[in-house]
Design a protein around this ligand. Structure first.
Ligand code: OGA
Ligand code: MN
Length: 208
């Protein structure tokens, strides 16, 4: 079952990213695949494979639940067919983004993410101070029947001002410019699953 990223979405995505720095797309991948990804995330959680996410880099890297309380596991090729389909679809999107923006996106890194009820991720930017490779953030949500009263929105703080909440409903993909858009994850009343990832360009030191 080859999964292709639906090219008909591209004009909207490209326009959104160029004009407002973020884009929200719904029903991005087949429901069956999204369900398989959610099952795989839950299975990994049950097996104890997800570990508390850390913040900071190098010597400052540590788990700080007052900043972020999610649990993660990085995806690698060949772990599970559903994950491989997902990685392939995102790689197609990477090539399309390169054609549109000349960003020189070299790869896509992604992890499963599980926020236990009540956990959150305080306002932050996705680009590290000492590593500027992360260029476009991409979060794919895996939670069917998410209601506003469940909380758990991704709150964006666009440059134009104000704030904007996106619910983590299964099939929704959010893309935004990693260096520019502050955002946070609000606490939820139920478990919140996603695939969080970044399209990365080459490190400047490698380009020179
Ligand atoms: C992150 C993040 C947002 C979300 O992991 O850096 O901001 O909605 N996640 O899960
Ligand atoms: Mn983030």
């Amino acid at each position: 079952m080859p999964i292709e990223f639906d090219q008909r979405r591209l004009p909207q995505i490209i326009d959104d990213l160029a004009t407002q720095g973020w884009s929200r797309q719904t029903h991005v991948l087949p429901e069956l695949l999204t369900r398989q990804l959610a099952d795989e995330c839950r299975l990994r959680a049950q097996k104890g494979a997800l570990h508390p996410a850390s913040t900071g880099r190098g010597g400052a890297q540590a788990v700080r639940e007052g900043i972020r309380g999610d649990r993660i596991q990085w995806l690698e090729d060949g772990q599970h067919p559903a994950c491989d389909h997902y990685l392939r679809a995102m790689d197609e999107l990477r090539l399309f983004l390169n054609e549109a923006f000349f960003l020189g996106l070299a790869d896509y890194e992604s992890h499963f993410t599980l926020y236990p009820p009540g956990s959150f991720y305080r306002r932050h930017l996705d680009r590290f101070n000492d590593d500027d490779r992360r260029s476009v953030s991409a979060i794919y949500y895996l939670n069917p029947d998410w209601l506003p009263e469940h909380g758990g929105a991704l709150r964006l703080y666009p440059a134009a001002g104000g704030e904007l909440d996106i619910l983590p409903e299964a099939g929704t993909l959010v893309l935004f410019m990693s260096a520019d858009l502050p955002h946070e994850v609000l606490p939820a009343t139920r478990e919140r699953l996603s695939l969080t990832g970044w399209f990365r360009r080459r490190a400047l030191s490698q380009v020179i």
